[in-house]
Design a protein around this ligand. Structure first.
Ligand code: UD1
Length: 427
């Protein structure tokens, strides 16, 4: 286990950060490789714990995973153990993505229910209802989902009652191999879905409506292995831009798709930062500025992402005046609040809304990460907390930020990793 020693910045953070591929996009594509027999290839893959966990899930099923540097090759020719065990699914919910591909291609599978998560119950009912709408028979036994169908899935229509990234991923993948045509309404619009659609279509799937809320999928008998370039990680980009705002510095993120971070950039503009955008880069400049408090509501894409909620909150702690953040995607995703308070932040939570009275003096101390984005938020806050802070449970951060300490060092920050064998990490 590791902890971070984070130093208060001596001067505002400045420089360029190259953004890695989006782990949430890779996770869906890795599962989708199961839909074909052969070797699929993914490039721009970040080196992250979640990629290893998904590789382990695929290996249990019988796949071979190889690849150098930022490439992954997934050979599904040995896939015959149609099960994803609890030990893996509980550590990463996206393991549940194998459900749709496995039932669609093999007609049966058994996948553990993910269980709870640090910020609430996070159900999978829509994944299951959507697969049922395509004709899968679903039973729940001893914490496992068993999905079956006679021959190919018939296909069918499903209207997602709320926008869900994961349910869209699972149902879309399954629909590609159905006998008939499926229409998925109110599908999620997140860029990771477009990335998946492109990969599936490269495999021979017939999906129309990319980038819209209605995906029409004409099922095909078989798919061939595909190739995929992973889109840039819009949340990693947003987090580093927060590092510019919170330290009143200037950071340019490169290798990004600026349209994917439009709502994030709007929030920086609202604070009063100078925002510049190029073809594949974006820059937030807050040097010498008195930033303004803002009110933000998280929403499904293209709205402000819930995954940016914690890094944004840390940033708003640095801005004098009252800001609010309402999280409408997850009502209870506020574990970082108590830790920010330990640094000296003045934040009240009322239902799904946090009221941040910014501008209080922050003092470095020991703080603890509770989930991936919350841990990144604590590092940001530690940058402007007097002296040094110790952030424990950084395994959360390691799930989603590649090469974090080095990227921070490039912009002038100091984050030192220590191993911490003594830590009690049982949540
Ligand atoms: C994905 C992202 C996660 C992000 C979230 C919202 C991945 C691997 N993870 O998670 O980082 O925070 O999108 O942008 O891509 N819901 C149900 N029933 C379901 C499924 C979801 O009620 O069956 C609800 C959830 O509780 C939540 C909302 O739908 O309130 C959106 O969740 P969803 O988009 O499914 O999130 P994930 O795909 O789990």
């Amino acid at each position: 286990m590791y902890r971070f020693e984070v130093h208060q910045v001596e001067k505002p953070l400045e420089g360029e950060v190259e953004i890695s591929g989006a782990k949430n996009a890779v996770l869906a594509v890795m599962a989708a490789a199961l839909l074909a027999d052969g070797v699929s290839e993914i490039t721009n893959v970040p080196h992250l714990k979640d990629m290893k966990t998904m590789s382990d899930v695929l290996r249990v099923i019988g796949c071979r995973i190889s690849g150098e540097s930022h490439e992954l090759k997934i050979d599904t020719r040995g896939a015959d153990h149609l099960e994803a065990p609890y030990e893996l699914v509980k550590t990463m919910r996206a393991s549940f993505y194998v459900l749709g591909p496995l039932v669609a291609r093999f007609g049966r599978c058994r996948v553990s229910l993910p269980g709870g998560c640090a910020w609430g119950p996070r159900p999978v009912d829509l994944h299951l209802k959507g697969l049922e709408a395509l004709g899968a028979k679903i039973t729940l036994t001893r914490g496992y989902v068993e999905a079956t169908c006679e021959g190919r899935l018939p296909g069918g229509n499903f209207n997602f009652p709320i926008s869900s990234v994961g349910a869209t991923v699972n149902v879309l993948m399954a629909a590609t191999l159905a006998k008939g045509t499926s229409v998925l309404q109110n599908a999620a619009l997140e860029p990771e879905i477009d990335n998946l659609v492109d990969f599936l279509n490269s495999m021979g799937a017939k999906i129309q409506g990319r980038g819209t809320r209605t995906l029409t999928v004409q099922g095909v008998e078989a798919l061939r292995p595909g190739k995929c370039y992973t889109i840039p990680d819009r949340i990693e980009a947003g987090t580093f831009l927060c590092a510019a705002a919170i330290t009143r510095g200037c950071i340019k993120v490169t290798k990004v798709f600026p349209e994917h971070i439009a709502s994030t950039l709007d929030a920086f503009r609202d604070m009063g930062c100078k925002v510049d955008v190029g073809n594949d880069w974006a820059q937030v400049d807050a040097r010498g500025m008195e930033l303004k408090p803002i009110n933000v509501t998280t929403l499904p894409y293209p709205g402000y992402p819930t995954d940016m909620q914690a890094p944004l909150m840390a940033t708003l702690v640095s801005i004098p005046g009252n800001s609010t953040i309402q999280d409408t995607v997850y009502n209870d995703r506020f574990k970082h609040v108590a830790e920010l308070q330990r640094l000296g932040a003045d934040i009240q939570v009322n239902g799904n809304t946090a009221i941040i009275k910014g501008g209080t003096k922050l003092e470095g101390t020991e703080i603890m990460g509770s989930d991936l984005r919350a841990t990144a938020a604590l590092v940001l806050a530690a940058f402007i907390s007097e002296g040094e802070s110790t952030v424990s449970r950084v395994y959360h951060l390691d799930r989603g930020y590649e090469d974090f300490e080095n990227k921070v060092a490039k912009i002038g920050g100091v984050v030192i990793r220590h191993s911490d064998d003594e830590e009690d990490d049982n949540l």
